[in-house]
Write a protein that binds this ligand. Structure first.
Ligand SMILES: Cc1cc2nc3c(=O)[nH]c(=O)nc-3n(C[C@H](O)[C@H](O)[C@H](O)COP(=O)(O)OP(=O)(O)OC[C@H]3O[C@@H](n4cnc5c(N)ncnc54)[C@H](O)[C@@H]3O)c2cc1C
Length: 456
């Protein structure tokens, strides 16, 4: 490597931290499960070992099914091992995206799906004995400038109408909680909090292995043939079963499915060095609530159990053709570093130790995309979790296991709706870039007002 290139990389690493290809929470497991070789069969094949795939496998096993999981890298490689760790219910969702499309009654049921997800994960952490530093702090959707109050109140009121239980916090209440002063007001949902998603997904992996789930890691599904028995083809083997569950999230379009329904979006994160005890004391923030801002593209700010700050989102990315390259996004990391400085001016100089990105899948109406395909309706898929899959994709495992067992849970029924079709390329690339660019412009306008100290 040339000295100039090394200098440039060192500079980048100082500004945005060390790029972590596997995200900030997980490493490749020491007990990596062997790749599938030869021909195997089961009652159900699950593809993808994130929250959705592992939860489905665990729930099916509890119903007595023989389950195979195929994972292209290792369990937790996808968004489940890379997210910000907000166990959030309906607080984070954009009701106005879907309420008019599905109507108030279905929207209420969808809201309860999001909130039930939190209850489900809390119960599973206890049942499976998973310690993932879960802090039942609740989460708050916050404003950073007075001009955001109207939007926040409107979203909160619509949420209340739909059954999303939240409480408005004015400046005095925010300060009484010790929330850092850049966050002016907001509405809080007490249900939920923050956790270490790496420990959670690895806890699910361990539980699945203990329960007898046959997990093949380093095993990519290359293709499958439909029929009463589905045959999955991997590099060195095949797996057959009467049911196939595709829990492949943002990677699903690459399998030739849901390309017309979901858009893979790149979400990025930075993590600071640990705060000193003096910095933590001066920060206040005793409850360590997870904060998400009400920008068009939100910022999320949270403290971790290791006393670092993790900041995510703010700049989303889309790769032409719904690809999911596992590469750094330095523009996004720099923007997140700006957010760190803007929201925590007293921590100026705090180093950024790492940065990473992952992929979520999003439908144009921001709702989950779940259903079945094939002549036998035995290929079941779940995607479209947007940025809210810690709770929902875990609960999805329970709902899909029941569905395969022959029972359609009312919450699964509530999610069935007509997902709007996405655009073909290159229109999709243009449309997504335009939408993200417009959101960035509006967010920059608010941020400039904050930086300039303007009141309106
Ligand atoms: C930076 C970031 C921050 C986020 N923050 C939050 C948050 O705070 N709270 C929240 O609720 N949500 C958050 N999310 C979203 C959340 O992480 C996801 O919704 C959730 O993890 C999705 O789980 P999943 O199991 O559906 O998919 P994934 O975890 O993506 O799992 C899919 C798996 O399928 C595997 N796979 C794909 N194709 C194949 C194939 N052909 N063969 C075999 N295996 C395959 C992948 O390797 C992967 O392991 C965030 C996401 C990101 C990226």
């Amino acid at each position: 490597m040339s000295a100039t290139r090394r200098d440039a990389e060192n500079k980048t690493s100082r500004e945005v931290g060390h790029f972590r290809r596997l995200g900030g929470w997980v490493e490749r497991p020491a007990d990596l499960q062997p790749e599938l070789e030869g021909d195997v069969s089961a009652d159900v094949i699950v593809v993808g070992a994130g929250f959705a795939g592992l939860s489905t496998a665990l729930e099916l096993t509890a119903l007595g099914a023989k389950v195979i999981v195929l994972e292209q890298e290792f369990a937790g490689f996808g968004a489940s091992g890379r997210n910000a760790g907000y166990l959030g219910g309906s607080l984070g969702i954009e009701f106005e995206f879907f309420v008019n499309r599905v109507g108030i009654e279905q929207a209420k049921k969808i809201v309860s799906f999001y909130d039930e997800g939190v209850t489900y994960v809390e119960r599973r952490l206890d049942e499976l004995g998973i310690d993932c530093d879960y802090n039942r702090s609740g989460n708050i959707r916050v404003g950073v400038h007075p001009s955001q109050e109207k939007k926040i109140r409107k979203a909160m009121e619509l949420g209340l109408e739909l059954g999303s239980k939240t409480q408005f916090l004015d400046q005095a209440e925010m300060r009484a909680r010790g929330i850092p002063p850049a966050f002016l007001f907001g509405y809080a949902q007490q249900h939920g909090g923050t956790l270490d998603p790496g420990k959670y997904v690895m806890g699910l992996r361990h539980a699945a292995l203990q329960a007898g789930v046959k997990l093949y890691e380093n095993t990519q599904l290359l293709s499958y043939t439909e029929g009463p028995t589905i045959r999955c083809v991997t590099r060195r083997g095949t797996a057959s079963a009467p049911y196939l569950v595709l829990a492949t999230n943002a990677y699903t379009p690459q399998l030739g499915l849901l390309k017309d329904k979901v858009v893979p979006l790149r979400v990025s994160a930075i993590e600071t060095e640990p705060l000193s005890s003096a910095q933590l004391t001066s920060l206040g923030w005793q409850g360590r609530e997870g904060l998400i801002t009400s920008h068009w593209t939100m910022e999320s700010h949270r403290l971790t159990a290791r006393n670092t700050l993790v900041i995510t989102t703010k700049r989303l990315g889309y790769a032409y053709g719904s690809q999911t390259p596992n590469v750094p996004d330095d523009v996004a990391y720099r923007e997140l570093a700006v957010a760190l400085n803007d929201r925590f001016p007293t921590l100026r100089g705090l180093g950024i130790q790492s940065s990473w990105s992952g992929y979520v899948s999003m439908a144009y109406d921001a709702l989950p995309v779940v259903g079945e395909t094939g002549a036998q309706k035995n290929v079941i898929y779940t995607a479209g979790c947007s940025g809210h899959g810690v709770a929902t994709q875990s609960l999805m495992g329970y709902l899909l296991a029941e569905r395969i067992g022959g029972v359609e849970h009312p919450l699964l029924a509530a999610l069935r709706h007509k997902t709007p079709s996405t655009l073909p390329e290159p229109l999709q690339w243009c449309a997504v870039k335009l939408a993200l660019g417009a959101a960035n412009l509006m967010d920059n306008w608010v941020n400039r007002k904050v930086q300039g100290g303007a009141a309106n």
